[in-house]
Design a protein around this ligand. Structure first.
Ligand SMILES: Nc1ncnc2c1ncn2[C@@H]1O[C@H](COP(=O)(O)OP(=O)(O)OP(=O)(O)O)[C@@H](O)[C@H]1O
Ligand SMILES: [Mg+2]
Length: 276
């Protein structure tokens, strides 16, 4: 048996992790296994022509557009300070937009607070401080379900199925885990809300290449259940390789937008953003 807990073939085979039951509009059984548009004939989630900055400060985003369909993986890449995290915060409602809109399944959510977006089926794992280090793994997962009033044990089983190491470490404080394990806690905590959209800001930051590959495999598994993944990544090549859609942001603007594969093969993108 492998001693590396990431190297087995377990995972979330239960598609009901995508069951929205009151949050989001995904219906288990209606998902074809292929990325789908939302019912409104536009991407399931779109932050459209977003312009805004922090507080009264200068605009950081300038007409930036980011979108993802159901069951799709959309990846945002770009240099440090390009506004990738800011774009994620804007989509999640942590930034006041001065122009543009955010729509989920055709409905504007631009005026909703982040917590109201969670209730609509959005989950966000921020770039930093994304676990409660003084709480155990299991307590972190329970915190993720704070909006739910129903039985969360099934979802917790699904998270443990996806990340078996978390079951073994469920009584351990999250602060005692490795970086890769902490990121699993953060993703697991987000999944506890049974989201239809999972937003991840650099989920593989600070982990080894092997752990990164395994985490990407799990993210692909989650997407296959019909959950939309919107993710920022520093590991641009590897992330674009699994991306249905890719966005290259520079100085708060869309520089390149295409399929992950097309971006990987684009000489300009390669030269400027992928190290040749
Ligand atoms: N809370 C904040 N208040 C004011 N300005 C901020 C804040 N957070 C980020 N910025 C500024 O916004 C710009 C974009 O930052 P952002 O964190 O979105 O970039 P990023 O693309 O995520 O970078 P990185 O790759 O380093 O994570 C930067 O100039 C940054 O200094
Ligand atoms: Mg960032």
């Amino acid at each position: 048996m492998s001693t590396n807990p990431y190297q087995d073939d377990r995972g979330n085979k239960d598609r009901s992790i995508a069951n929205p039951a009151g949050s989001g509009s995904l219906h288990a059984g209606s998902y074809s296994g292929q990325p789908q548009k939302g019912t409104a004939g536009e991407p399931f989630l779109i932050g459209e022509a977003m312009t805004g900055g922090y507080g009264g400060g200068a605009d950081i985003l300038h007409g930036c557009t980011i979108a993802v369909d159901k069951g799709e993986i959309a990846v945002i890449v770009g240099p440090n300070g390009a506004g990738k995290s800011t774009a994620m915060k804007a989509v999640f409602g942590m930034l006041d937009l001065r122009a543009g809109d955010v729509r989920l399944n055709g409905e504007s959510i631009a005026r909703l607070a982040p917590q109201a977006r969670v209730a609509r089926g959005m989950a966000f794992v921020p770039q930093t401080s994304n676990v409660f280090t003084s709480l155990t793994v299991e307590e972190n997962l329970e915190m993720g379900a704070f909006l739910r009033r129903d039985d969360i044990s099934g979802t917790m089983e699904q998270v443990y199925g996806l990340f078996p190491i978390l079951r073994d470490k469920r009584r351990q404080k999250a602060g005692e885990l490795s970086g890769g394990q902490r990121q699993q806690v953060a993703v697991g905590r987000a999944l506890m809300t049974r989201p239809s959209v999972l937003m991840l800001d650099e989920p593989t930051a600070g982990v080894s290449p092997i752990v990164m590959d395994e985490l990407f495999d799990r993210i692909i598994e989650v997407a296959r259940t019909g959950i939309s993944i919107l993710m920022v990544e520093q590991n641009a090549r590897q992330a674009l390789a699994i991306a249905d859609k890719g966005y290259v942001l520079v100085q708060g603007r869309n520089r390149f937008t295409d399929t992950g594969e097309a971006l990987l093969n684009d000489p300009d993108v390669r030269k400027s953003f992928l190290g040749g």
